[in-house]
Design a protein around this ligand. Structure first.
Ligand code: N01
Length: 532
């Protein structure tokens, strides 16, 4: 079929990644079309409107650095930004840089097929549009493909049900209702305390307890914001040199280099400061089980102190995984919420959910009458959004088939056999282990520079070589195997999706190291890539 239109680049997604990519494409003088499923910009932050939704990276760091004017003019109000504030920020970015005119909203890309003869990507949408583009850039997000577990009987439920990652736009008021939350990851842990305050009764269905550190969120001090902004560029440079793209206090000491009292004091200090900084208390927490155990035990001790009922405290205490190997949660009053009279914790590992009935949820032990069910059951992470698009490279090979035994990419941004395809924060890059805005800016800038290089060389395409890809995949796995991450059944490992291969999805070698590798690849004449 003849395409409706032809552009230089198609971008899929208008979240942080898609917006910045569009900005950079325009700077290169390239024509671009962005497709976005939502009716507005924001990506993950457009959809995650659940009560309590908030970022656990601090506002002043979880923001774009590419425009000095933007970072100076935007005023953050809280230490950790609420979803509504991030969305306002992204709306402001879209308006300020006049980005909307190249974005088609309410449009899902269904396929992207490479035409080898014409050397273009043929992109189709659910609205029936076909567009061709030399470059296809996937800005589809690592945590955007919401996962709804297949629980028998859900269709029969007479009440309402929601997924945290696909929250409706109207205000949902749970006042007076009997509400269930299924799932106790970051989303569940944020929404539970807020919903508990509204609902007549809240029942939490927990399969695996999680480690969580208090956020101690609050209003951002104006003087602090001003001082930070006075030195913004330098803060950004320092952040980019760290392991996770965030200015945490990364300890240089190992847990057993200090006495038990010093260790305890360090955990106390970090707990009092709040946030994910806690897991950097010592530099061996992610690699040494004994070091990890002492940090984990400190948190369990805190849970026991916060939760009045010792049985409930025990149920809330994680013992099946090393702290940090599932994404550490950051909360406001999470554990204390279980001291409320209107909150019940159900351990669905001990008494699994059998079915949803018209009036509620039935476990192997009891039936719970409900008006609403909230699924905080997570995502088909990192590869899920790509898997929902029919992406085919040379010779019609499907990305999904090529990745059936685990994703294979070069630097997490390019895939052998898929010329001129770029994946922003793809598998095999630091992505979800970092401040994702920092990771996005680095990938987008790298991609933009690459497009400029293609033009300079007068090349038609760029493509990762199979050898470079295999070496990168081996390196990604080798680095992961030096840590405790693969020991845990987490979404980082694809373990939350039935049938998904067990591979550690992101690159754990550290953001600073990773971006140096990307720069070296470039200064080495795009080592591992082939221009045609
Ligand atoms: O998802 P999750 P999430 N029956 O996969 C449970 C980011 N994020 O949306 O562990 C019963 O972590 C599942 O149990 P188990 C952040 O990176 C950031 O909470 O598989 N339970 C688990 O408890 C985060 O890590 C922020 O045994 C079921 C939960 O559902 C990532 O997004 C806020 C079940 C899913 O937890 C994902 O977080 C929110 C079933 N059938 C999210 N299926 C901040 O910045 C699943 N579960 C603060």
């Amino acid at each position: 079929m003849a395409p409706d239109r032809s552009v230089d680049a198609v971008v899929v997604g208008a979240g942080f990644a898609g917006l910045y990519m569009l900005y950079r494409l325009r700077q290169l003088g390239l024509s671009a079309q962005v497709f976005e499923t939502g009716t507005g910009v924001g990506g993950t932050w457009f959809w995650n409107r659940y009560p309590g939704a908030r970022c656990d990276v601090e506002s002043l760091q979880y923001s774009f650095s590419f425009s000095e004017e933007l970072q100076q003019e935007w005023e953050w109000t809280e230490r950790y930004p609420a979803q509504s504030e991030i969305l306002r920020y992204l709306d402001h970015v879209a308006d300020r840089f006049d980005l909307r005119r190249d974005i088609s909203f309410d449009t899902r890309v269904t396929s992207a097929i490479y035409d080898d003869a014409a050397k273009v990507w043929r992109v189709e949408t659910d609205g029936g549009t076909t567009i061709t583009a030399r470059f296809c850039i996937m800005a589809t997000g690592a945590l955007s493909a919401a996962r709804q577990p297949d629980i028998r009987g859900l269709d029969s439920f007479a009440g309402k049900w929601f997924h945290t990652g696909r929250w409706p736009h109207e205000t949902i008021d749970f006042t007076g209702q009997r509400v269930a939350v299924i799932g106790t990851g970051s989303s569940g842990i944020q929404t539970i305390p807020v919903v508990a305050k509204q609902a007549a009764h809240l029942t939490v269905f927990q399969r695996t307890p999680n480690f969580s550190i208090p956020a101690w969120n609050g209003k951002l001090d104006a003087a602090h914001q001003e001082a930070w902004k006075a030195d913004y560029a330098a803060h950004r440079v320092s952040a980019r040199d760290t392991r996770s793209g965030i200015l945490y206090e990364y300890s240089q000491r190992a847990a057993f280099d200090v006495t038990a009292e010093e260790r305890e004091a360090e955990f106390e200090r970090r707990w009092a400061r709040g946030g994910a900084n806690f897991v950097h208390s010592f530099n061996d927490i992610f690699v040494d089980r004994a070091a990890n155990d002492v940090a984990a035990e400190y948190v369990r001790q805190r849970i026991r102190a916060l939760v009045t009922d010792p049985m409930v405290a025990a149920r809330l205490s994680p013992t099946d995984h090393a702290i940090g190997t599932k994404r550490i949660c950051v909360d406001t009053d999470y554990f204390q919420t279980y001291n409320r009279d209107n909150v019940t914790l159900v351990d669905v590992r001990a008494t699994p959910i059998v079915e949803v009935t018209p009036s509620g949820i039935r476990t192997t032990e009891a039936e719970y009458a409900l008006d609403s069910i909230i699924f905080a059951t997570g995502y088909d992470a990192v590869t899920g959004a790509l898997g929902r698009i029919d992406i085919r490279g040379r010779d019609g090979i499907a990305l999904k088939e090529q990745w059936a035994t685990g994703p294979r990419s070069y630097l997490g941004v390019a895939v052998a056999g898929f010329p001129n395809l770029f994946v922003i924060t793809g598998p095999g890059s630091p992505s979800v282990l970092t401040n994702v805005v920092v990771a996005i800016e680095q990938h987008v800038a790298w991609t933009a520079d690459c497009l400029a290089e293609i033009a300079r060389r007068g090349a038609a395409t760029i493509e990762a070589t199979p050898d470079a890809q295999e070496q990168w995949v081996a390196h990604v796995n080798e680095v992961a195997d030096r840590t405790l991450f693969p020991s845990t059944n987490s979404w980082y490992m694809g373990a939350n999706i039935p049938g998904k291969s067990r591979v550690f999805l992101p690159y754990v070698g550290g953001f600073g190291n990773y971006s140096r590798i990307c720069d070296e690849v470039v200064s080495d004449g795009y080592r591992g890539f082939r221009f045609e």
